[in-house]
Design a protein around this ligand. Sequence first.
Ligand code: ADP
Ligand code: ZN
Length: 639
Amino acid sequence: MQPLHSGYLLCIYFLCRVFRRHEFFPDSMMVPVSDEAVHEALQRVFGFRGFRPNQREVVRALLDGRDVFAVMPTGGGKSLCYQLPAVLLPGTCMVVSPLIALMKDQVDGARANGIRAAFLNSSLTLDDRRKVLDELQSGSLDLLYVAPERFAVESFRKLIGKVPISMAIIDEAHCISEWGHDFRPDYLQLSSLVTMFRDVPVAGFTATATERVQLDTLRRLSLREPFTVRASFDRPNLTYSVLFKDGVDAQIVSLLRNHSGKAGIIYRTSRKSVNDTAAMLQAKGFRALAYHAGLGDEERERNQNAFIRDEVDVIVATIAFGMGIDKSNIRFVIHADMPKSIENYYQETGRAGRDGEPAECTLLFSQGDMAKLHFFIDTMTDEGEKARALEALRKVASFASSGVCRRKALLNYFGEHYRKENCGSCDVCLGHFRSVDCTVEAQMLLSAIARTDERFGASHIVDVVVGSKNRKVKECGHDRIKTYGVGKGKDKKFWRQLIDELLARNVIEKSEGLYPVLILCEKAIGVLRGETTVSMAVAAVARSTVGATAGGNEEGGDPHFFEQLRALRKVLADEQGIAPYQVFTDRTLRLMSARCPRSGEAMLAVSGVGEVKLERYGRQFLGLIDRWCREGEGSGGDA
Ligand code: ADP
Ligand code: ZN
């Protein structure tokens, strides 16, 4: 009897699982949730009118008990995909998250919407940990964020087996892949998660754009016929531009002046350049701080928090900065040095504009940076690694110097085809950056180098070509040679960039030593004879592209009013010890400044205002809006 009996049970069990997954027989844990209920919660809890691409489908799959694997770009709205089902389903949604800072941020954000959320990690005191475990056991948590290493703790695994869990989510799931640069050994044990959570859906979320890492992640998670989503990696609200790097400090300052008072990240390669740039900006009165692995833990955390909380505008950082930053109102990212790869560039720029509002990404590029990075790569001992690093660098250089739409080039790199002819929000498509034939100008430079007997450095050659009246030129008699002043129609920056280009193409080279001079290479002959042409990508307009952005900016209000709303947001955030963007995002404030809602109902119609936020902050914001409108009416009446 016994074998037959257990076989029978097993059979029923599998049938139930199969059917449950196909929505026929929801079991006791599975309460069917209607689309109306989903929509109602989207509006009530999050204050959103509609879904972002793919959110609806992912939410539905989870509600129906299906495993999910979702690849969505940063800012795509991944957290809503599981937070919404978490409030609709009975039991606690468990979220595995790799970083302590990220957990706290997510929990603060969820709580700001009235979701019952908590986290468990090593940063908690024993008492706090107990409190969270009590809440978990009493069923009063919608969401519990845990660190992956928890799953190695036997007592925790046992506890999980006893409490009702609605689903298990693996955030930043690519941390499980050893191919990715965020690999976390602790994540490896998560592949057994599906065996721990037999009856509830398990989902992996990631923003990694690299296909190899995506596939590896999916394989390692061993999900059960997951509903799979791979969203477009296009970030329509980001504007991309590349500027020829020349006098980097002045360029950074000028870019910052275009973004006065806005939050941004400046990436630099070395700790020293991070420190120098931060000090330079502080001396000029910018609210900027440094961030790199060489700072003490405490200082790093302090600087990061000051940035998250809008206490400084700019963080100057090495690539150590970024993961674990959910700050949604980053308005610009400047790469003052060349990124290591296109993946890096995409991830680092991707931190801008999570809230969907316009943000600007600027890369300062010169071929000279390539040479510096080559030098570092040459010190690598592993030949394979060296070759990969060089190839990655070459692709960045080609991205920066080609005249192809930046968006198209980025998406193409990740295997995605961008259909539009003109993206409308990159320097190439906006006509700010063009590839122009510079063969004649190159001939002028080469001739100047030849006529001065290949004995002078770049700045002197430029002086000769533009017809500078400086002493050295006169003393050498170079104001009498044929090429003197032939290039005065173009500025020095143009000529320096062209030298950079000719160096990169090995038409000329620099001698070694303290005072390097420019020397002609064999290829120079072809250029001088007109057999080889030289083209160069030049910035046609050196101006900020912000505001040209296609996405998002459909409603604009008075910027002064926006600033007042921002100031109120900061006060309220400080009172509650959370980040300002968790009170309301920039987008929500901008909509408020444009629409001036005067009642609770009107306020709820603003995207990002849910019931809990209305209750917590509505009075203050309505008060401010009221005062602003009255003053406006008052001044109108006087006129
Ligand atoms: P990700 O984790 O994918 O980077 P987040 O979950 O942090 O993205 O969401 C990015 C931003 O988008 C947040 O400010 C969030 O409030 C907002 N957001 C998410 N879903 C929606 C939606 N359906 N409508 C409007 N804004 C949304
Ligand atoms: Zn473009």
